[in-house]
Write a new protein. Structure first.
Length: 361
């Protein structure tokens, strides 16, 4: 790769003109090249660690976190120390973030730092609220819960904005979701919201999914940090959407008294497997395997029930279910690109699909 001095000398020697140099620089700085023009499309590959040393350092961070948690529990007999100890741990893990995340830029230990930071922030906020406002912790007010969730969201937002750690966006989004749910329960009313809770949860899951897709469309070639941020948001959105969709679909069958248990169970199996197929198609379209992880458990339960209907002995049914799930994962994993190509052939040529990762072989 030629440097600036070499390019300047090439212009001076008449090898290239000044206009040609400007065009070359424009081409080099452009990020709009499509795969067909030579740019590589990366697979779904979140960056966890670079070497075993990252795991080694991560082990040290985890041990420190557990030690501080144990120390916090021992010091928690005094009401003031019950708040001060986890607050001190929050400061320690922020400083670790400054060292290992901002300065050293080591990813795997940073993920553990973010997890313990979120844990101790929550711990200290709950302890502080109890110390300042409550004599009996079991009598926490809805407004108090909203305050705790709101301050937790601010803390996680500050962590994410400071360190730009892709994994931290998952914790930030989860804290916002918790704040939103707590606010709805507090201001609308728990009794009013409870019958519609599954719809509220579904709305939260779809919002997280929309945020993940926003990050994905910013980097369809999966070469930047935004791709990792999208991955973690998909990993959070998937179980929320899966659970709420199946909760909504299966609730009428669970509550029904006019149909036989056998009929309801068979319908549940059909719904679960249909949802898994639908999620698989969506995952193929957006090229995100993370979307399938949460639905695999439900699919395994449905397959297990089908095998159980053949009156197989318990251990045999479990083994066959595991073999089928393994085969399903291997088929999707090894045939991912072929399946994705097939799905895209069946889709209409909409402009929105151009913002997704291109179909590759």
């Amino acid at each position: 790769m030629l440097n600036e001095a070499q390019l300047a000398k090439a212009v001076q020697d008449g090898i290239i003109t000044d206009a040609q140099l400007k065009e070359l620089k424009k081409l080099a700085s452009s990020e709009a090249l499509s795969p067909s023009q030579g740019q590589t499309v990366e697979d779904e590959a979140p960056r966890f660690f670079r070497s075993f040393n990252d795991i080694f350092i991560g082990m040290g961070v985890a041990i420190l976190g557990f030690a501080l948690n144990y120390a916090t529990a021992l010091l928690g007999t005094d009401s003031l120390m019950k708040f001060a100890a986890p607050a001190a741990a929050v400061f320690i893990f922020w400083m670790l973030g400054e060292w290992l995340t901002a300065y050293k830029r080591i990813n795997f230990p940073s993920i553990i730092i973010a997890i313990f930071f979120a844990f101790f922030v929550t711990y200290s906020l709950i302890a502080g609220y109890e110390n300042l406002f409550l004599e009996n912790p079991s009598k926490a007010t809805p407004l108090g819960v909203v305050s705790i969730c709101g301050l937790g969201a601010i803390a996680m937002g500050a962590f994410f904005l400071r360190f730009k750690l892709p994994f931290a966006v998952l914790l930030f989004a989860a804290s916002i979701a918790a704040f939103f749910l707590a606010a709805v329960m507090a201001f609308v009313g728990k009794d009013i919201v409870t019958p519609y809770l599954r719809w509220v949860v579904l709305a939260i899951g779809l919002s997280v999914f929309a945020a993940a897709m926003w990050f994905d469309t910013k980097d369809p070639n999966r070469t930047k940090r935004t791709s990792d941020q999208g991955f973690w948001l998909h990993l959070l959105a998937a179980p929320i959407i899966t659970h709420s969709v199946l909760w909504t679909s299966l609730q009428p069958l669970i509550s029904a008294n006019n149909a036989s248990t056998e009929t309801n169970a068979n319908l549940m199996v059909i719904i679960v497997l249909s949802m898994f197929v639908l999620f698989s198609i969506v995952a193929l379209i957006i090229d995100r395997r993370a979307l399938l992880i949460s639905s695999l458990g439900y699919a395994a339960a449905a397959l297990g029930y089908i095998i159980y209907k053949f009156d197989l002995e318990g251990n045999a049914a479990l083994i066959i279910t595991m073999i089928l799930i393994a085969g399903l994962i291997l088929s999707l994993g090894t045939g991912w690109y072929s399946l994705r190509k097939t799905v895209f052939k069946l889709l209409p040529p909409l402009k929105i699909f151009e913002k997704l990762p291109p179909v590759t072989t």
